[in-house]
Design a protein around this ligand. Structure first.
Ligand code: SF4
Ligand code: ZN
Length: 259
């Protein structure tokens, strides 16, 4: 995922996964020649939640001596997430996810990154597989893991995608980096929360469930490689971002919000 001379932008929310990712990559730096890390924190504008994680991100980057950039939804989109979500709270995570992805790409481009690394772990990835299956969204199931090789977009990498949440928690504890942080207030609306609880129960009773789910996804991807659902990435008509249709998700969202 990382090669010599890469400039890796790490999406650092300040939560446990991204903290572990930055620590781990920082620890591994001697493995590569001339690789640089830059941390990017997105402030969505979620009152009573983001302050603590942003502070944690600032402390970590200054301790490790890593260049750190913060980008807020307000600066980028003109409004905080709290404002955008007024009356739309049940759609919180899908709206937040779309806008945050865009903010990270902007941050990575500004930092001159050659890779954008996110802290998604095995649990997150397995949950996404199940959520896409529950929604009947096979194209997204396949699309999610595609690496753009056109050179037009910064490739996204997920170095922790085979590591479980439990192992990450253990890694943080062993490195004295564990911190109790508040939970996002919108989590209660998230389908992911229910899926997480189902999957954790299965993993507990049948160890390996999450790994098997990922293996199934990879097999489906291989079957779909040449089919219509794995059509090549296109550029958004409005902003030029990678997308599979005419408009990217951000422009589609803007349209649906009437902005
Ligand atoms: Fe955004 Fe949902 Fe995560 Fe909160 S729980 S930060 S709304 S994706
Ligand atoms: Zn667009």
């Amino acid at each position: 995922m990382i090669v010599d001379q890469d400039r890796v932008a790490v999406a650092l929310s300040g939560g446990k996964d991204s903290t572990a990712l930055l620590l781990l990559l920082h620890h591994l730096l001697p493995v590569w020649e001339d690789v640089r890390l830059i941390a990017i924190t997105i402030d969505e504008g979620i009152a009573g939640y983001r302050e603590d994680t942003i502070q944690s991100a600032e402390q970590l980057t200054s301790r490790l001596g890593i260049e750190h950039h913060s980008i807020s939804f307000t600066a980028l989109f003109g409004e905080s997430l709290d404002t955008v979500l007024t009356g739309r709270e049940t759609q919180a995570c899908s709206i937040c996810g779309i806008l945050r992805k865009k903010a990270l790409v902007v941050g990575a481009e500004l930092a001159g990154a050659t890779k954008l690394a996110t802290g998604h772990n095995l649990d997150d990835e397995a949950q996404s597989v199940l959520m896409n299956v529950f929604r009947g969204d096979l194209p997204r199931l396949v699309r999610n893991s595609r690496l753009d090789t056109s050179g037009k977009f910064i490739p996204r990498i997920k170095p922790l995608s085979r590591i479980s949440e439990k192992e990450i928690a253990m890694y943080l504890m062993l490195n004295n980096a564990w911190r109790d942080l508040p939970e996002c207030p919108y989590t209660r609306y998230a389908l992911r929360r229910e899926v997480r609880s189902i999957l954790s129960g299965f993993e507990y009773k049948h160890p390996g469930t999450m790994r098997h789910l990922m293996e199934s996804k990879e097999k489906i991807e291989r079957f779909c490689q040449d089919s219509v659902i794995s059509e090549p990435l296109r550029s958004c008509r409005e902003c030029g971002d990678p997308c599979s249709g005419d408009l990217c998700q951000v422009c589609l969202l803007r349209q649906s919000l009437g902005k």
